[in-house]
Design a binder for this molecule. Structure first.
Ligand SMILES: Nc1ncnc2c1ncn2[C@@H]1O[C@H](COP(=O)(O)OP(=O)(O)OP(=O)(O)O)[C@@H](O)[C@H]1O
Length: 366
């Protein structure tokens, strides 16, 4: 998968633009607030149809009512166009002019590494579960469908529990056990490979402590039905379903201890990077094609080992887009970001701050 160009209109602070991207590493650098993260977010949205913002309106430029993002892609020798239209609480996706659902977009197209990924380690189980579910939904469309059904069943069952409808539980329990069993089984299987890749990546990052990924399960396929009936009184009292994959945690252990509880900030950052490299490798294995790698703010990474790891990762994939407040070294092409605009630069130019006349010239263009 290769991103040939990205066009945006009314997307956050980005000025209307069409940016072209070649193979290798493209560096995007500029001051804080210039729009670098917004650009990567727009690319990720156009490639995957996914965003994790709470309200879609946040993505629309203030003062406007609609936004638009378009990616021109090349994959296996053929070209395609993916478009995302955003309005009030509404997202419309098209591939080559035909409306599709998010699940119909290519599922292994991009991986996005961000400074806030450390939250995967130190944040709540909900965040880790969301990471795992989002990755597994990309590996398997069926996983995504069954997870959606399971989540709807849990909320309907919770409504019945709150209403004290004990008589209706047998029906809900059957559906929950069937869907939950499929989810648990798939998670266990996928975690074996994800764990191996993450362990290797963590070692490649120079960590002397072994990283292991485990599921902390509130139930098992064998005991799920009995767990539900056994805790019926408690569930009716609480009005919620207390066991099942919606309550399970992805536990990350470092040297045998829970990373969430015991890892240092730096160790946690290393674990988060290891998870992202594992995601990249797993998607490439599954789809036989390397995703576009997006690295947000490599310059926020002050540790020299982790910074080198990020840049090596970018250099090792067919296409990577790397942002920073300084120029990413080794980039084949460069954009200078300022106030939501992106100006292509000659990669052989020196740093802008050493060339005031060049900077003045570019500001003039803006
Ligand atoms: N919906 C929106 N409409 C207009 N501007 C927005 C919108 N959402 C965010 N912005 C603006 O976009 C800017 C942030 O851009 P972004 O996060 O991409 O910067 P950045 O270059 O990544 O900065 P940093 O180096 O600090 O991470 C902010 O100034 C913010 O106010």
């Amino acid at each position: 998968m290769r991103l040939e160009s990205l066009s945006t209109l009314n997307y956050r602070n980005l000025a209307p633009c069409t940016l072209r991207f070649g193979a290798g590493v493209t560096g995007v650098f500029g001051e804080n607030g210039a729009g670098k993260t917004n650009l990567l977010e727009a690319i990720y949205l156009a490639l995957t149809g996914q965003t994790d913002v709470g309200r879609l309106e946040q993505l629309v430029q203030s003062g406007e009512s609609e936004a638009y993002v378009r990616a021109d892609l090349e994959s296996g020798g053929s070209l395609s166009v993916q478009e995302v239209g955003l309005g009030r609480g509404r997202r419309q996706l098209k591939v080559d002019g035909v409306r599709v659902r998010a699940g119909d977009l290519p599922r292994g197209s991009a991986v996005w590494i961000r400074p806030e990924d450390s939250e995967l380690v130190f944040g709540s189980p909900t965040l880790r579960r969301a990471y795992l579910d989002s990755l597994l939904s990309r590996l398997s469309a069926r996983y995504g469908q069954q997870l959606g059904r399971y989540e709807r069943t849990v909320s309907q069952r919770n409504a019945a529990l709150k209403g004290g409808e004990a008589w209706a539980m047998a029906v809900w329990d059957d559906a929950l056990v069937k869907l939950g069993t499929e989810i648990i089984t798939f998670r266990r299987r996928a975690l074996t490979r994800l764990g191996e890749l993450a362990t290797d990546a963590n070692a490649a990052l120079g960590s002397r402590k072994t990283l292991e990924l485990k599921l902390l399960e509130t139930t098992t396929p064998e005991t799920y039905a009995a767990d539900l009936t056994g805790r019926r009184a408690e569930e009716l009292a609480r009005g919620s379903t207390v066991s099942g994959p919606h309550r399970d945690d992805l536990v990350l252990t470092l040297g045998g201890f829970s990373a969430s509880e015991y890892a240092s900030r730096g160790e946690g950052r290393t674990v988060a990077l290891a998870l992202r490299r594992a995601e990249l490798e797993l998607l490439a294995e599954r789809f036989g094609e390397q995703p576009v790698l997006l690295i947000d703010d490599f310059s926020a990474e002050l540790d020299p080992g982790r910074r080198a790891f990020l840049l090596e990762l970018a250099a090792g994939v067919p296409q990577a887009i790397v942002t920073g407040t300084e120029r990413p070294p080794g980039a084949a092409a460069q954009y200078w970001a300022q106030s939501g605009r992106f100006t292509p630069l000659d990669p052989l130019d020196g740093p802008l701050d050493m060339k005031p006349e060049k900077k003045a010239e570019l500001e003039e263009v803006h």
